[in-house]
Design a protein. Structure first.
Length: 327
């Protein structure tokens, strides 16, 4: 890319830029054609701007006809590529595989359920090429259509993680983003197994612009993100970009050591001064204290175990995904 840029500069040759659009998919057979049709509405803009496009669909081990429909599209449009995983590895693996595959000067990531409006792409491209931004990201300004309980916990997650880490993670941020090659290379340099892209995008820095839009409901089908999956994903994000839970476990340990020491002193003084004629007095409160302290210990041990498990997975150096088929 650098050679082409220098050649263009010195020789005055009009070389077209390349935009790679990465589309992670999991059981999205009903949305493939609709997404393609919406995306192609931007084709005249990009051709006028001297930009070629390539579409990289990453099939994350779908059990429906997602891959077959992408192949059908590929027979009509040679710019379409397909990467199929051997099983479901998760959206993070799908995005990383797409970034590895993308050859473009500019790279966009978006879902094919049309919750990421393709109509925003021209505005995002202009911000990167004309306004000097390295990345343009999107965020929802509302959560219309979401269950209230999910919205409550989502907002709570962003408040908690932003207090625990120095990396900026914006409330309502989507994975829908357009980046220049410099930004993409920085993201690819982070080869960690336990990936949390929202944190990675913030951690690498560079000049970023946020575009806000109102929430758009899925075109067809149902979301693949259950409440439990979102909860696990939130825990992964906190542990990937903060060691605050470990510090919290240590503080709780010190606090209860001090409480135990105070209780020991009180018991010794009480025994010396008034004695205890009935040894069964206070057994209920003591049982509650023992159970509570034991629960805190197990909670702290669980935090340490989570960090240890993440370290274990990183050390094993397993691949983030396995490709079954590539078109």
């Amino acid at each position: 890319m650098r050679i082409f840029a220098l050649f263009k500069h010195f020789k005055g040759i009009d070389l077209m830029s390349l935009l790679s659009v990465i589309v992670p998919c999991y059981n999205e057979q009903d949305n493939i054609f609709d997404f393609y049709d919406e995306l192609m509405k931007n084709e005249s803009f990009f051709k006028g701007a001297g930009v070629e496009t390539e579409l990289i669909f990453v099939d994350d081990g779908s059990t429906d006809d997602t891959a077959a429909r992408v192949k059908e599209l590929a027979t009509r449009d040679r710019r379409i590529h397909l990467v199929s995983f051997s099983r479901n590895f998760g959206k993070e693996a799908g995005m990383y595989a797409g970034l590895k595959k993308a050859k473009g000067d500019y790279v966009a990531i978006m879902d094919c359920d049309l919750q990421d409006p393709p109509a925003l792409l021209p505005q995002m491209y202009k911000a990167v090429t004309e306004e000097g931004y390295d990345s343009v990201a999107t965020r929802r300004v509302d959560r219309k259509g979401e269950p209230p309980i999910r919205s409550f916990f989502a907002r709570a997650f962003y408040r908690i993680i932003n207090k625990m880490t120095k990396t900026e993670i914006v409330d309502g941020a989507r994975d829908f983003r357009l980046m220049n090659r410099k930004f993409v290379d920085a993201v690819l340099s982070m080869e960690e197994y336990n990936r949390f892209s929202k944190g990675i995008f913030g951690w690498v820095g560079f000049k970023n612009k946020w575009l806000e839009f109102e929430n758009v409901e899925r075109k067809k089908g149902e979301t693949k993100w259950s409440f439990w999956k979102l909860f696990i994903y939130a825990l992964d994000g906190i542990m990937a970009f903060s060691t605050a839970p470990l510090a919290m476990a240590s503080i709780l340990g010190v606090f209860f050591c001090l409480v135990a020491f105070v209780f020991i002193v009180v018991i010794i003084i009480r025994q010396w001064t008034v004695g205890d004629p009935n040894n069964t007095v206070g057994w209920a409160s003591m049982a509650c204290i023992v159970l509570f302290v034991s629960g805190v210990q197990l909670f702290s041990l669980g935090i340490v175990g989570q960090y240890l498990s993440k370290t274990y997975l990183e050390v094993k150096k397993r691949p983030l995904y396995i490709v079954k088929e590539e078109l």
